[in-house]
Design a binder for this molecule. Structure first.
Ligand SMILES: Nc1ncnc2c1ncn2[C@@H]1O[C@H](COP(=O)(O)OP(=O)(O)O)[C@@H](O)[C@H]1O
Ligand SMILES: [Mg+2]
Length: 358
C-alpha cells in the first residue's frame, strides 16, 4: 500500500498544503514545530479514521477555523484509491469518502489503507498505561480483521449497557443480566482469542527487532494478562461466562463489570522483568519501536500488503552509527515516511530518500 499525494486543509498548523510522497522513501525535514508530526498524524488518520495521538477532532481543526479535510490518493495493487476525510466542528460531524463515495460508517475505512505509526511521544503514554497498551493490540488486529472491529464495537455497546444496569438497579433481579452476560462472554471470548492469536505471531518478530534495535542485549517478552490463561483459551467463553456470573454481587455494589477483555493487559518484559516498571526511557523507546516494526511485518503477512511505515523522530537521541543502521533497517519495509529534525548528519540522499522540507 502507498500514499502518493495528499492535500490538507485546516489540519493542525496547515492552512492549505499539498504533498507528494515517493513510493519508497520520504524524509520530512524541518525545525521544531514546523508540523512534521502533524503531517504523519494526517497520513495515519487515513488508516484509522482518527488521530493516532488520541487527539479530539475539534483540537485538530486549525485554530480559528471550523473544519478540516484530508484528501489523499492511496494505492493498492497499483490502482489509485482516493480517500477523503472531512470534519466540521460546527456540527461535530466527521465523514469519510472512498473513491468519492461516502462510507456509511467511519469504521468502514479501517483496513482499506494500512499504516503503522511510531512516535516517541507515545513511549511514555502508551507503554506506561494499560488501556493504551490494549489499544496497541486492538489497532493491530482491527487493521487486518474487519470482524474484530465489529466485535469490539458490539462488545463496548453491550458492556456500557450492562454497566448502566448495574449502576442504576442495585436491586435488579440478577437473572435480568443473563442476556448481557451471554453476549459479553461470546464477544469477549472472540476478542481474547483474536488478541492471543495475533500476539503469538507477533511475539517472536518483536523479539527479533528488539535485539536488532536495542543498544543493550536483553530479551523482549510480551504477554497477555487475562482471566483467560493462554493455555486455557479453548475454554475462553465458558471462563468469561462463569466469571460474569460469579462476581455479580460485587459488580452491583461497584456499578461496573469486572471481567472481560476490557480489563486485560499487554505486558512487556526485558529479561523477564517488567519493562513498564524497570526499563529506562531508551529501552522503552526500543520496545515500542520493535513492536511497531513487527506490527508492519504482521500486517503484511496477514493482508498481503506492506503497510505504510510512519516513523516520527526516530533518530533523536541516537548516535550517528545507530541512526544509520536504523535507516537501513526501515529500508527493508514497503513505503516509509519518516521525519527528522537533524538532517545534515544523516545520509538521506545517499539512501534514496526524497526530501520534503517544511
Ligand atoms: N489545531 C491546531 N491549529 C494550529 N496549529 C496547531 C494546532 N495543533 C497544533 N498546532 C501547532 O503545530 C505545531 C507543532 O507541530 P508538530 O507537528 O508537532 O511539529 P514538529 O515539526 O516539531 O513535529 C505547534 O506549533 C502547534 O502549536
Ligand atoms: Mg514532532
Amino acid at each position: 500500500m502507498h500514499v502518493t499525494a495528499m492535500e490538507l486543509e485546516n489540519f493542525r498548523n496547515f492552512k492549505q498544503a499539498k504533498f507528494c510522497f515517493d513510493k519508497h522513501r520520504t524524509a520530512v525535514c524541518g525545525d521544531n514545530a514546523r508540523g512534521k508530526s502533524n503531517l504523519l498524524e494526517s497520513i495515519y488518520f487515513l488508516a484509522i479514521g482518527k488521530s493516532g495521538r488520541g487527539a479530539r477532532d475539534r483540537d485538530i481543526v486549525r485554530w480559528g477555523s471550523d473544519f478540516f479535510s484530508i484528501e489523499a490518493v492511496t494505492e493498492r495493487d497499483s490502482q489509485p484509491v482516493p480517500i477523503r476525510i472531512a470534519y466540521d466542528s460546527r456540527v461535530g460531524k466527521k465523514k469519510a469518502f472512498l473513491d468519492a463515495s461516502p462510507l456509511p460508517r467511519l469504521s468502514d475505512l479501517v483496513g482499506r489503507f494500512n499504516a503503522v505509526l511510531f512516535s516517541p511521544e507515545d513511549v511514555d503514554l502508551v507503554l506506561r498505561d494499560p488501556p493504551q497498551r490494549r489499544r496497541l493490540l486492538d489497532i493491530l488486529v482491527s487493521q487486518c480483521n474487519a470482524a474484530y472491529l465489529s466485535d469490539l464495537e458490539q462488545f463496548r455497546r453491550a458492556l456500557s449497557q450492562r454497566n448502566r444496569l448495574l449502576k442504576e438497579n442495585s436491586h435488579l433481579d440478577p437473572p435480568k443480566l443473563m442476556p448481557w452476560n451471554a453476549q459479553l462472554a461470546e464477544l469477549g471470548a472472540r476478542i481474547v482469542l483474536a488478541r492471543l492469536e495475533a500476539l503469538d505471531e507477533i511475539r517472536p518478530i518483536a523479539q527479533d527487532f528488539y535485539s536488532r534495535i536495542s543498544a543493550t542485549p536483553e530479551e523482549l517478552g510480551s504477554a497477555y494478562r487475562s482471566l483467560v490463561k493462554e493455555e486455557e483459551r479453548a475454554r475462553a467463553q465458558e471462563i468469561l461466562a462463569d466469571a460474569l456470573l460469579d462476581r455479580q454481587a460485587e459488580e452491583f455494589s461497584l456499578g461496573y463489570t469486572l471481567s472481560g477483555p476490557h480489563r486485560d493487559n499487554l505486558l512487556f518484559s526485558l529479561d523477564g522483568r517488567s519493562a513498564h516498571k524497570f526499563a529506562s526511557k531508551g529501552q522503552l523507546k526500543s520496545v515500542l519501536l520493535a513492536w511497531k516494526l513487527s506490527e508492519a511485518s504482521f500486517l503484511e503477512s496477514r493482508t498481503g500488503y506492506a503497510p505504510v511505515l510512519l516513523m516520527d523522530d526516530i533518530f533523536s537521541e541516537l548516535d550517528g552509527k545507530r541512526a544509520d543502521s536504523l535507516l537501513d533497517l526501515v529500508a527493508s519495509f514497503g513505503q516509509v515516511v519518516l521525519t527528522s529534525a537533524r538532517d545534515p548528519d544523516l545520509a538521506f540522499g545517499e539512501k534514496g530518500y526524497e526530501k520534503i522540507q517544511l
